[in-house]
Design a protein around this ligand. Structure first.
Ligand code: ISE
Length: 335
């Protein structure tokens, strides 16, 4: 039987996942859409022929209509449903960030470890992007010697309304922290965030762009340019410098067009297209793993560890100093 997935949160990401599950993912069906805004949930459900609509997570849980949950509400609404899902033994793909702070994420990690079964996957979809996987393989193979530095660029056309300095770290740079952990297989031990010249397109009081430096356990330095009001489209690039080579990912789209005296490639409009294939791969693999009774993607620990880097980043925004990332001991469960 196909996996009955309830999508909780019918906003930008939730509605994209409903479409994905309804039209592109095999061996799964959307059994319910949940949103406090019933009209919004109904519209998304109607579009994809989803039979159930609920206004609250508790109603969904009581209904017994879901074998698994895709949690796509904003991060500040994650902790409570995650704890309830652990208690109910229901697997969940939780959009990033796992929670808003490392203390809450640690509570989730500890509850999952105590329950003794991995149920949570965190929505770090870049781990399923072909370029990210190829770069990780290049690092592991050692074909260009040791990896020395990572340079990340992350540009959005515009920040969503109310996107603060803190959210720039917690919602956007969180992906880069996860990517650095994914590429290197190491934890990040310290973070520094600096602000400088500010774009006239940044909302009042927001420092955009920002420069983030992260250092891993073994000393590798990674730098990130985060620019959320970049106006040019959606661009996410990484350049990795090795002892005898450089690997770039994300810079080239499939097509380069030369015409009328100009030559170039197109720029994505948003993350839905830039990472469209990665989201599809992420959700298909999640569905297949859940049907086998497993989770095989980024874990609650990965969500917690990236969140701890974000907390250090936000502290550094305020102090300008290099801030150490303090991680609780990793439960054996996640090894
Ligand atoms: C958004 O929430 C995402 O997760 C995107 O991947 C990221 O590029 C964007 O900056 C965030 O706001």
């Amino acid at each position: 039987a196909s996996l009955r997935v309830a999508v909780v949160g019918a906003g930008r990401m939730g509605s994209d996942h409903v479409t994905r599950l309804a039209h592109r993912i095999h061996r799964a069906e959307v059994s319910a859409v949940v949103d406090v805004d019933r009209a919004r949930a109904s519209a998304v459900a109607a579009e994809a022929g989803v039979p159930n609509v609920f206004e609250s997570f508790d109603e969904l849980l009581a209904s017994g209509t879901a074998d698994a949950v895709l949690l796509a509400t904003p991060g500040f609404l994650h902790e409570e449903p995650l704890l309830k899902l652990i208690e109910a033994g229901v697997p969940v793909l939780c959009e990033k960030p796992l929670t808003m702070d490392p203390e809450a994420s640690l509570r989730v990690v500890q509850a999952e470890a105590a329950a003794g079964k991995q149920l949570i996957q965190v929505g770090f979809m870049r781990r399923f992007d072909a370029g990210y996987r190829q770069l990780r393989s290049a690092i592991e193979s050692g074909e260009c010697g040791q990896l020395l530095t990572l340079h990340h660029q992350h540009r959005n056309p515009a920040g969503p309304p109310g996107f603060t300095d803190e959210m720039i770290i917690n919602d956007s740079v969180v992906h880069e922290f996860d990517a650095i952990r994914f590429f290197t297989g190491e934890e990040i031990s310290n973070v520094q965030v600096r602000t400088g010249r500010v774009s006239s397109h940044a909302p009042e009081g927001v420092h955009d762009p920002q420069k983030v430096t992260a250092q891993t356990e073994s000393g590798l330095l990674a730098d990130v340019e985060i620019f959320v009001n970049a106006r040019l489209g959606y661009q996410v690039h990484t350049q990795a410098t090795f002892e005898t080579g450089v690997v770039k990912i994300g810079e080239n789209s499939e097509l380069e067009l030369t015409t009328a005296g100009r030559s170039g490639t197109s720029v994505d409009a948003g993350f839905e297209t830039r990472f469209g294939a990665a989201y599809d791969e992420e959700v298909q693999r999640w569905v297949d793993a859940v049907r086998r009774g497993e989770i095989d993607g980024p874990s609650a620990w990965d969500g917690y560890a990236a969140g701890a880097c974000c907390a250090a980043g936000v502290a550094s925004q305020e102090s300008g100093q290099i801030v150490n990332v303090e991680l609780a001991p990793k439960p054996e469960f996640y090894n």
